[in-house]
Design a protein around this ligand. Structure first.
Ligand SMILES: Cc1cc2nc3c(=O)[nH]c(=O)nc-3n(C[C@H](O)[C@H](O)[C@H](O)COP(=O)(O)OP(=O)(O)OC[C@H]3O[C@@H](n4cnc5c(N)ncnc54)[C@H](O)[C@@H]3O)c2cc1C
Length: 544
């Protein structure tokens, strides 16, 4: 028991999962959260970086979820911009409804209670704290041409690829449909089975290997299953036909739509970090504590429980926090090294062998880009949010055009603010490049493939992001051994992305935290329902 006879939860990490856990505990339980965050700012991978008045989103964070619980939660904290002026109608599963109208589901009832708790804490809505509804446009840039993303078997794609390659694609797709690779041993087999070899070689191999830095044969097929899910040539054809016939839905909840084909998303006016600063502010106003620049040093174990966490702040000042629960969103690899108790040799080995892919984002501020939607287009800027760079001879993997995410990310609206993404390992020379050389590399590469004229660049920013992607190779095959051991501590909850070593997006990361809090309320110590998030197409709460 902590202060005022309340139970205490130590939450490691103030990213989406940690802050969701803190907010849920404060509004639904008597447990007081103490959040440890090693950085000065909150938001984790979903933070927003400020650079000379321009805002940078690392990776581009679409706010979209198939979970109503998450969608409602986001909109409770940052309502849709237009709803501030009397409400907005949205279409949801063929039904039209107003966003702010309370429904009858448990999740919404909980949110009403949360809103009441916020009012009691004197929190008032901030008119700037809103979401924009954005249109997603992502394309692949390859051989100096734009292709639809995800790649679609449309007339446009086929005409840009040329007759010979088109025939090869169709034959290899048919071949894969008739004689699929069996068993599906790795990601390459997964892609070939789903798309055929030729399409895999043209559109998937190079980008995927840029992202992961290893051949697709060395990556688990599980990555494809989670990331690509049921996207297939057949589905993409069906989507294309639907669009052509004008029946594509305007439903922002888009539950019927394959995740990779979603065409609209919500986005905080000032980037994803706005959501997490807003939630952090509420957590503190509601009585939670966020200890910034503070890290756990040791978890004291007694039997099947963590009884306290020893923490140290940036100045090295140490403090022991007795706790009833621990939520961890820090990398599993590092957590395993903090347990002050016997850790079996195999668990130590597997945890130490977990791998991650790191990420460098280069922000470039320009007067203009060289690319246009088409030669005759009067629009000064292409409409894309993301552009995938497929050419194998440039290291850059993806490009974000921040103006199209939110115009409020750009200080001077006459400028173009873009993010160039590089995937690498902390051990690579690329990671160690001085910032100026890194920025120069981004400019040279984009100039080489015809996207910019480097002389148009007026400012730049380099941001290194360690452990952006938990890898599904290396010791991952034996991850179950670590999971089983850590799950054995009844009051320790692994949640989030690196916290579970799972390719979780914000919504999945948040749901794992929500389900962990549900378990605390229900007195449940078995954790399979937390691991089930993001393994099924729909979550338990939706099924029920
Ligand atoms: C390139 C890219 C694009 C993405 N795009 C999307 C998208 O479009 N939509 C979407 O929903 N999601 C997207 N995501 C995923 C999203 O960023 C993550 O799902 C989400 O941020 C995970 O939340 P988390 O709290 O689990 O972890 P994190 O965001 O990693 O937060 C963990 C926090 O823990 C802190 N921490 C770590 N170790 C310690 C320690 N020892 N002590 C104290 N604190 C510690 C970190 O500093 C961090 O603040 C993307 C991710 C990337 C990398």
């Amino acid at each position: 028991m902590g202060e005022q006879g309340k139970r205490t939860a130590v939450i490691i990490g103030a990213g989406p999962a940690g802050l969701t856990a803190a907010y849920e505990l404060l509004t639904r339980t008597d447990v007081r959260p103490i959040v440890l965050e090693k950085n000065p700012d909150v938001g984790g991978l979903s933070r927003t970086i400020e650079h000379h008045g321009n805002l940078m989103d690392i990776g581009g964070h679409r706010f979209f979820s198939k979970s109503d619980r998450v969608m409602n939660w986001w909109l409770m904290h940052l309502p849709l911009e237009s709803s501030a002026a009397g409400g907005t109608e949205i279409t949801y599963q063929q039904k039209t409804r107003r966003i702010e109208t309370p429904g009858l589901s448990d999740a919404q009832a909980q949110q009403n209670a949360a809103a009441a708790a916020e009012r009691a804490a004197g929190l008032t809505p901030n008119p700037e704290a809103v979401m924009l509804l954005r249109r997603r446009q992502s394309r692949i840039y390859f051989l100096g041409k734009f292709f639809a993303y995800p790649v679609q078997m449309s007339r446009d794609t086929l005409s840009k690829l040329g007759l010979l390659r088109t025939i090869r694609i169709l034959f290899s797709y048919l071949r894969a449909a008739l004689f699929p690779p069996r068993p599906v041993k790795n990601l390459e087999d997964f892609f070939i089975r789903r798309f055929g070899k030729e399409l895999y070689l043209t559109f998937f191999k190079s980008y995927t290997e840029k992202v992961w830095g290893v051949p697709c044969q060395q990556i688990s097929a599980a990555w494809g299953e989670q990331r690509v899910k049921s996207l297939s040539v057949r589905r993409s054809l069906r989507h294309f036909l639907k669009q052509t016939l004008g029946r594509a839905t305007q439903d922002i909840f888009q539950k019927q739509t394959e995740t990779s084909l979603i065409e609209q998303f919500l986005y905080p006016k000032y980037g994803p970090g706005q959501m997490w600063r807003e939630v952090a502010c509420k957590v503190e106003a509601l009585g939670g504590e966020i200890l910034r620049q503070t890290q756990p040093r040791r978890l004291e174990i007694v039997g099947p429980r963590v009884q306290a966490v020893l923490v140290a702040d940036g100045a090295g000042q140490q403090r022991r926090i007795a706790c009833d629960f621990v939520f961890s969103t820090m990398p599993v690899k590092e957590l395993a090294g903090l347990l002050d108790g016997p850790v079996p040799k195999n668990v130590r080995e597997v945890a130490a062998g977990l791998q991650y892919r790191d990420f460098i984002a280069v922000g470039l501020l320009l007067n203009s880009l060289r690319i246009k939607d088409d030669v005759s287009s009067p629009a000064p800027l292409v409409a894309d949010t993301w552009i995938y760079l497929q050419d194998p001879d440039v290291l850059a993997g993806r490009l974000l055009i921040f103006n199209n995410w939110s115009p409020y990310l750009v200080k001077d609206p006459s400028k173009v603010w873009i993010g160039v993404e590089y995937f690498c390992y902390e051990s690579d020379n690329l990671w160690k490049l001085p910032e100026e050389e890194m920025a120069r590399l981004a400019m040279t590469e984009l100039e080489r493939i015809g996207i910019i004229d480097a002389r148009e660049v007026v400012d730049w920013r380099v941001e290194r992001v360690p452990k952006a992607y938990p890898a599904y190779f290396g010791a991952y095959e034996r991850f179950g051994e670590v999971q089983e051991f850590l799950d054995g501590f009844e009051n320790l909850f692994l949640v989030g992305r690196n916290g579970m070593h799972k390719y979780n997006n914000q919504d999945h990361s948040m749901l794992t935290a929500m389900v962990a809090v549900d378990n605390i309320i229900a007195g449940r110590t078995e954790k399979s329902n937390i691991w089930a998030v993001n393994t099924e197409m729909e979550y338990h709460e939706e099924k029920s």
